[in-house]
Ligand binder design. Sequence first.
Ligand SMILES: N[C@@H](CCC(=O)N[C@@H](CS)C(=O)NCC(=O)O)C(=O)O
Length: 234
Amino acid sequence: MITLFELAGAEDARRFSPAVWRVRMALRHKGLAFEGRPWRFMEKEAIAPSGGATVPVIIDGGKWVRESFAIAEYLEDHYPDRPSLFGSPQGRALGRFMLAWVDRTLAFPVARLILTDIFACLAETDRDYFRQSREKRFGVALEQVCPDPDAELANIRTLLEPVRRLAAAQDFMGGAEPGFADYALYGTFMWARMTSGRLTLAEDDPLRAWLARVDALFDAEGPKALEAAGMSGR
Ligand SMILES: N[C@@H](CCC(=O)N[C@@H](CS)C(=O)NCC(=O)O)C(=O)O
């Protein structure tokens, strides 16, 4: 059985890391049995054997693997008889591109929008670390990171245009079937929905239908987790 370390808030059920959600969906896509182990920022020693200080981390038969894309590639290459996460070499490239775009273009604006909501969700033991590390990263107090949430949301909706066009043209990011490129983007929505109600989409946004399609996967993995964390219906 694979172990997946999952960043959690005050409650074990509030598993909110965007990067971990990519891997949770990838494990479900592959149909692999796994145990999600709640992990918190202050528990670095628990994941030290991975060689890093961030999650996701998996242990598979004694082997530690870290970094969401490296884990996706590990799962793809070690379980080739399971449904493919990439579908083709081009699909692997699309997954890599989507992850880079999400990390480099989308993640910071979304983080700014939901940062204080994330803080409110954290275990008491994680709060000082989170405040200090994020204030260093953003250069201002948490409460000043997003002075105009409406403008930030409008900015994010504009940034989403490339993936909106994909969602309008096809069911999933890579075409007719879901794959890692979808999970790379979906992680960001799960991050926001697990912690905050602020990342909303316009009524007529084609990304809504895409989100509903990914929500429906694997026996509604995402919505069930939102419900368990008390965040459904937001
Ligand atoms: N590029 C990494 C990002 C991993 C990452 O930044 N994880 C965050 C949670 S989303 C983390 O563990 N942060 C620990 C910290 O900030 O101390 C991946 O895709 O796996």
